[in-house]
Design a protein around this ligand. Structure first.
Ligand SMILES: [Zn+2]
Length: 99
């Protein structure tokens, strides 16, 4: 939490608004997601936007939805090999609801 450089330098306000809309969050919540490291919860320096889905086109009839995850990574964690793939796998596994 608190101020980070991510807020002003790397994320256009329009984009954050879009993410907030997509993830049913407020703009401030989206900034919070970006400003915390997904791995160790320290202040993040890199914003990450991850998508999971079979197509860029969202077809509401198919029941398939593009999943969007936003998070930050601190410098140390961002240097880990395959960190984004690892975090994405965990995030999307969590958000998937069992049938
Ligand atoms: Zn970290």
């Amino acid at each position: 939490m608190g101020q980070t450089s991510i807020r002003s330098s790397l994320l256009p306000a329009e984009f954050v608004s879009l993410v907030a809309e997509q993830s049913h969050s407020t703009v401030n919540e989206v900034y919070e997601m970006f400003s915390r490291c997904a791995r160790c919860h320290q202040d993040a320096v890199f914003p990450v936007v991850a998508l999971e889905g079979e197509s860029w086109l969202v077809n509401s009839d198919s029941g398939k939805k593009l999943r969007l995850a936003v998070y930050g990574l601190c410098e140390a964690c961002a240097a880990l090999p395959d960190i984004i793939q690892t975090v994405n796998r965990e995030l999307f596994a969590e958000s998937r609801t069992p049938k």
